[in-house]
Design a protein around this ligand. Structure first.
Ligand code: 6PG
Length: 243
């Protein structure tokens, strides 16, 4: 489902309400709400909005379990860290307990070990058997202007990963290794929300949503949960080239 909003503020208010709605129904059904946060800059406003007096009172945060959908291979207090962004904008303001937060252990010396450790922690949390994937109640995603999502960049190895829950992903164009949920993990979610704003995303968004599937070039096209709901929340500036 694609919903177009007049501006980011309207989009984020809708996203906050949807987050709380999914959270409460997950808690009603399963006694907990498992959510993987997106990194980058777009979600910051949503995270701050969730900590408003109005919103913070609408969810039992002690039953919310936070994961990070992708991460840079930097220390958790690094300015580039998605965990640090989440901590500053949602975990600290809501006083989320450490046992409710599952982050990538980027203190490891080897990104592959970091990814393996995160996969094992997620597997233990969801009590998975070997070969099973977690089913997050909600995964939030952003989209880069090259069509990447999480840290699944065009033409990178992790796009083809079908066995692991999380993977280290060398990204040549950034000259770095990123850490990311794999597509089987993302596509096993019960709900996925893409947050896309700004005119700079209008060309790529039109390609992602209006052109033939080409996930190696446009990774966001590969997000399609067979047993879940997919929401594209976009503002008018990003949607201006959509058919
Ligand atoms: C990251 C994000 C990444 C992000 C897109 C969009 O680690 O940077 O997870 O996938 O969502 O790059 O970033 P903006 O929201 O900053 O445009």
């Amino acid at each position: 489902m694609i919903k177009i909003f007049s501006d980011p503020d309207e989009l984020n208010h809708y996203a906050a309400d949807k987050f709380i709605e999914i959270g409460n129904s997950s808690i009603d059904e399963n006694g907990r709400f498992t959510v993987a946060l997106a990194g980058g800059s777009t979600p910051k406003t949503l995270y701050k909005l969730l900590t408003s007096d109005k919103n913070r009172s609408q969810l039992d945060w002690s039953k919310v379990f936070f994961f990070i959908g992708d991460e840079r291979f930097v220390a958790p207090d690094d300015a580039e860290s998605n965990y640090r962004m989440a901590k500053e904008n949602i975990f600290s303001p809501l006083d989320v307990k450490a046992e409710n937060i599952f982050r990538w252990q980027t203190e490891q010396l080897d990104p592959d070990k970091t990814a393996e450790r995160y996969s094992n922690e997620i597997s233990a949390f969801f009590e998975l058997k070997s070969g099973e994937f977690p089913r997050f109640d909600l995964i939030l995603l952003g989209m880069g202007d090259d069509g990447h999502t999480a840290s699944l960049f065009p033409h990178t190895a992790a796009l083809k990963e079908i066995a692991r829950i999380a993977a280290a992903n060398p990204v040549e164009k950034l000259d770095t290794v990123r850490l990311t949920f794999t597509l089987p993990t993302i596509n096993n979610a019960a709900n996925i929300i893409f947050l896309v704003t700004g005119a700079e995303k209008s060309d790529i968004l039109a390609k992602i949503l209006n052109s033939e599937p080409d996930p190696d070039n446009f990774p966001s096209q590969a997000v399609n949960p067979p047993n879940g709901r997919l929401f594209w929340l976009v503002d008018e500036a990003a949607a201006k080239n959509l058919k």
